[in-house]
Design a protein around this ligand. Structure first.
Ligand code: CTP
Length: 497
């Protein structure tokens, strides 16, 4: 098999190619296992194509083995007939049927068989999105790789790290490809070729026709990257972000007070960058507690969602903008709650799961309050109440606060305040980890039931009383049931008096 690149045994490229060859063989051997399971050879013309070939050529193990042939359904049925395998019809691309075969005895063994578009593999490749995804490798009857078919110069673009559309109409046929281009640019660290970017720009309004689920999935893949902010800035420059989030339009050019050196949108982009910088250097910001932050944000897309919150944390500012006539300062009173409500609307439109919607709205509603918490006169009781209310979400709220403070460098903001807030954040994480979590995990010393057993009849403020007792428990003012009951009874007496 020839990749069309001359081999030079001393070069790094040679070693990369040897690795690539090995991966190719391993993966096609995986494929030949499927084929040998089917006794009725010969097989139709089979091609390994798309992302699998791209990844193999980059020396990476592909996520799925993707095979293209004619009459995909019939071939997939032939492979599964009489075997303990599931055949799952899918639509990886719109209007292109794929049949996923899963070995029930080894669910990791998966093979995707996709219908060839057009008469020949070249026809099929010309309908694909990017040249780097439009390379096929013919698979012989023994399941081994044969010729490379690369009609659009994908191998050269892989070598040059370029994302180039196969055809100028690629984005009209499927506007999601606009986001895919950005996603591949972010994941592979490739550059989007200028003419391709122009074509993308010309089609951005077509994104409104795409299902939000597909958009969100690409957006999260982008935000998951360690330096997503660069891609987000490029997306902003092409106008893609305005289409997905029209709410950001009024943020652009919206002036702020003298704590800030940027307008609302400029500040938001900076806060995204800052949050990414914090996440990429947890050890520097949180020392030995960085594993706690990493674990907290490492699941359920919490890190990419935190970045989305950073980008939109001030979405409520334009509509709450006012002027304090005494100080002459621009104000944004209530922009946290307004922003949180706007975030609910955005995330409902994007059909995010309820858990993610609540997480994002909470980050927006808490992004100012966390700054109040860092004031010197805040008591441990108030902090414990805050920890209790936020639970594990205290971690992303603190990180967002840090990123926000670091992004406000106007003449009225003091550079020491940034360092002081960072210190406070680190201390808070330590206190949360060392003391608050354990304390909060303890059961309530008393319940309403305990009070009723003492003959106290339910009163409207019973809930408040129990909450107060819990606060006292959290800060160690009461340490046993007896103490908790006498505090509750004292409060009841005060109410009745
Ligand atoms: N494809 C396309 N247009 C799309 C989606 C996919 O042309 N909107 C083609 C590309 O050739 C792509 C292949 O279908 O390589 C497989 O698509 P998919 O599995 O979605 O993406 P991959 O390229 O495999 O990348 P990844 O698995 O990392 O998403």
């Amino acid at each position: 098999m020839n990749f069309g690149i001359p081999l030079n045994r001393t070069s790094a490229v040679y070693h990369q190619q040897k690795k690539t060859m090995k991966l190719f063989l391993e993966n096609t051997i995986r494929l030949s296992q499927w084929l040998s399971a089917d006794v009725k050879a010969p097989f139709p013309e089979l091609y390994l194509a798309g992302g699998a070939v791209r990844d193999l050529m980059l020396g990476k193990a592909p996520k799925d083995v993707d095979v293209v042939c004619k009459n995909a359904r019939t071939f997939a049925r032939r492979l599964t007939r009489g075997k303990d395998m599931a055949l799952v019809p899918m639509e990886k691309k719109p209007d292109v049927p794929t049949f996923r075969i899963v070995d029930r005895n080894a669910p990791d063994r998966v093979l995707d068989i996709t219908e060839m578009r057009g008469e020949t593999i070249q026809d099929d490749l010309y309908r694909r999105d990017f040249t780097i995804n439009a390379i096929a490798v013919r698979i012989g009857n023994n399941g081994h790789p044969d010729d490379v078919i690369d009609p659009t110069g994908g191998q050269a673009d892989i070598a040059a790290k370029i994302i180039r559309n196969v055809d100028g109409s690629a984005f009209e046929s499927d506007p999601l490809r606009i986001l895919r281009a950005f996603r591949f640019a972010a994941q592979l660290e490739f550059a989007i070729e200028p003419a391709t970017e122009k074509n993308m720009q010309a089609s951005i309004m077509l994104l409104t026709r795409i299902s939000v689920e597909r958009i969100v999935s690409e957006l999260l893949l982008i935000l998951e990257r360690p330096v997503a902010s660069e891609t987000i800035r490029r997306m902003d420059a092409t106008g893609v972000l305005d289409v997905i989030f029209p709410e950001i339009l009024p943020m652009k050019g919206c002036p702020q007070n003298d704590y800030h050196h940027k307008d609302v949108w400029g500040h938001s982009l900076l806060v995204l960058e800052n949050s990414e910088n914090i996440l990429n250097h947890l050890e520097m910001f949180f020392g030995d507690r960085s594993p706690l932050i990493a674990a907290n944000l490492g699941e359920c897309h919490r890190a990419p969602l935190l970045k989305l919150a950073a980008l939109l944390h001030d979405v409520g500012k334009p509509s709450t903008r006012g002027l304090n006539l005494e100080t002459g300062r621009i104000t944004f009173y209530g922009h946290d709650e307004t922003g949180s409500a706007m975030m609910s609307v955005i995330t409902e439109r994007l059909k995010l799961p309820v858990r993610d919607r609540e997480f994002l709205s909470l980050l927006l509603s808490e992004h100012l309050h966390v700054l109040d918490m860092s004031a010197p006169n805040v008591t441990w009781r108030t902090l414990m109440r805050w920890f209790r209310r936020l639970g594990e979400n205290v971690v992303p709220v603190i990180v967002l606060g840090m990123a926000d403070v670091q992004g406000a460098r106007g003449p009225a903001s003091r550079p020491e305040a940034i360092a002081a807030y960072s210190d406070w954040s680190r201390r808070m994480i330590v206190q949360y980890d060392d003391a608050a979590r354990r304390q909060l995990a303890q059961r309530n010393l008393i319940s309403g039931h305990d009070l009723m057993k003492l003959g106290v009849s339910p009163v409207p403020r019973m809930g408040d009383i129990l909450k107060h007792v819990r606060d006292a428990q959290d800060v160690g003012d009461v340490i046993d049931k007896e103490g908790a009951l006498s505090l509750a009874l004292r409060m009841l007496r005060d109410i009745s008096a």
